[in-house]
Design a protein around this ligand. Structure first.
Ligand SMILES: CC(C)(COP(=O)(O)OP(=O)(O)OC[C@H]1O[C@@H](n2cnc3c(N)ncnc32)[C@H](O)[C@@H]1OP(=O)(O)O)[C@@H](O)C(=O)NCCC(=O)NCCS
Length: 155
């Protein structure tokens, strides 16, 4: 059985983004492939998603607010062959455990386009609930659609 774990991002890992962007038209799924303040802000953490010892994607928590104990989750798997095998759900559980321990975050937010049903199912499996539907607006792939804000709150 292959094992999923998270590895802290190192600057040289950024070359992987070129590889993954050749394999996936990410404009269909998401606007950002890195935290919005990547490289400048201090309020995020980012990890590679490792399948055994092979990087298959990235996951991050951004806009971390220590007082509110909240943060915004983002992720992608850059190897389409590995979509739909449960690795996204496992990665979210791992990131949440890490963020609870390292930052005390208990309130996890994310947003997702309504047509990205694979992602929505993954997020619901990982304990997220839809809070509101927003839009519609035009996205980076030219599509016009609604999107959802979702939350997972620890009790
Ligand atoms: C979104 C993403 C991270 C989810 O990770 P994943 O490993 O594929 O997700 P999981 O396998 O844990 O869960 C996906 C679920 O959707 C189902 N699914 C797969 N393809 C689907 C499709 N085309 N339509 C609807 N559901 C689908 C899977 O069967 C699975 O459900 P199940 O466990 O009940 O069978 C990954 O698919 C991805 O990187 N996609 C492209 C980029 C992206 O969308 N990023 C998120 C932006 S918000």
């Amino acid at each position: 059985m292959e094992e999923v774990h998270l590895k802290k991002f190192s600057p040289e890992d950024i070359a992987l983004w070129d590889v993954w962007q050749k394999k996936v038209d990410f404009s269909v799924y998401q606007t950002h492939l890195l935290p919005e303040e990547f490289g400048t802000g201090m309020n995020y953490c980012i990890y590679l998603i490792m399948l055994d010892n092979v990087p298959i994607g990235a996951i991050w928590l951004e806009k971390i607010e220590l007082v509110k104990k909240s943060g915004y989750l983002g992720l992608f798997i850059g190897e389409p062959d590995y979509w739909g095998r449960g690795y996204g759900t496992i990665s979210i559980h791992l990131l949440i455990e890490e963020a609870k321990v390292s930052f005390g975050v208990t309130q996890f937010w994310l947003s997702v386009r309504e047509r990205n049903q694979r992602a929505i199912i993954c997020y619901e499996k990982a304990g997220f609930k839809k809070v509101r539907q927003i839009g519609p607006r035009q996205f980076s792939d030219g599509s016009i659609q609604f999107w959802y804000e979702m939350i997972r709150e620890e009790v």
